[in-house]
Design a binder for this molecule. Structure first.
Ligand SMILES: [Zn+2]
Length: 288
């Protein structure tokens, strides 16, 4: 069942209290991401949470670009990637070990690290990395903001593998973690339940949590699945694989195919395309 606030994100603030907030819910957008692959239920839930988090965090960007969360681990979920752009388009992917049956967060992302990367359309990429040493993705993201950004953050993420939702409150740069107003807002937010995040109308839920506060709501923005792959990026992938391997594949199969993990789009490179990419066959010094 689709709720009134499915696939949208609503930002809010508390007037003169230096705290910003966001609430998000994903339904069709999550189905579109999950529909690209067959994920075990727990991994689908984890990817849902990561996508909800990427939307909440991307909403704080002040420039055109994208924000991604990437976890790598020795557990059953070897790679988890979720990205949201300033255009509210989301994409994500998880690589799950064959035959894995792990269900808990710790087992799925055992010994893992979490990288949060901001890629502006213009300018330098920025990345921070923390170990995944807390019992949930939300707690790990809170630790990231505490360690890497010194921005006190509360984030709650939930997903049942079909829907995903999240609530985030963050002290604005320059605000203080020991501000009693922040502590009060944290206490109020901590009462939120998973079913409320997944099902309640946003305005009703925010009223339930913060009815004694001055909450200013911004208009909700829609979110949707969307990929950022291109012929150019596929070519860059091929270049990182290297000319020797690309030419071997060309010799064996007559065509080199690069498939996008996010949307299954296939990019094809023939002999002349490889010549354009690497220089004429045989001329390259990397072939050996
Ligand atoms: Zn794609």
């Amino acid at each position: 069942m689709k709720s009134g606030d499915g696939d949208s994100l609503l930002r809010f603030d508390f007037g003169d209290v230096p705290v910003r907030g966001g609430i998000v819910r994903l339904e069709s957008a999550l189905a579109d991401v999950l529909g690209q692959h067959h994920y075990p239920g727990p991994a689908a839930g984890l990817l849902g949470e990561a996508l909800a988090a990427s939307a909440l965090l991307a909403a704080t960007l002040k420039f055109a670009g994208a924000l991604s969360l990437q976890a790598r681990s020795a557990g059953s979920v070897q790679l988890l990637f979720a990205e949201c752009g300033h255009d509210q388009r989301l994409r994500g992917y998880a690589r799950v070990a064959e035959g894995a049956h792990a269900t808990g967060f710790g087992a799925m992302l055992d010994g893992g690290t979490l990288a949060i990367t901001i890629t502006p359309e213009q300018g330098q990429r920025y990345q921070g990395i923390v170990p995944l040493e807390h019992p949930g993705l939300d707690a790990c993201i809170e630790a990231y903001f505490e360690q890497s950004e010194q921005l006190p953050t509360l984030i709650r993420l939930v997903s049942d593998g079909v829907r995903a939702a999240g609530l985030m409150l963050q002290v604005l740069p320059g605000g203080r973690a020991d501000d009693p107003r922040w502590e009060h807002l944290q206490q109020l937010s901590a009462t939120v339940r998973a079913d409320e995040l997944l099902e309640d109308v946003f305005e009703g839920l925010l009223w339930k949590l913060f009815h004694q506060e001055k909450v200013h709501l911004q208009p909700p923005v829609p979110l949707a699945f969307g990929c950022r792959c291109s012929e150019q990026r596929a070519a860059a992938t091929l270049q990182s694989v290297g000319e020797a391997e690309a030419r071997d594949v060309l010799a064996e199969q007559g065509l080199v195919k690069v498939q996008c993990e996010f949307c299954q789009q296939e990019y094809r490179f023939d002999g002349p395309a490889l010549d354009t990419l690497f220089g004429p066959a045989g001329a390259g010094s990397t072939r050996h």
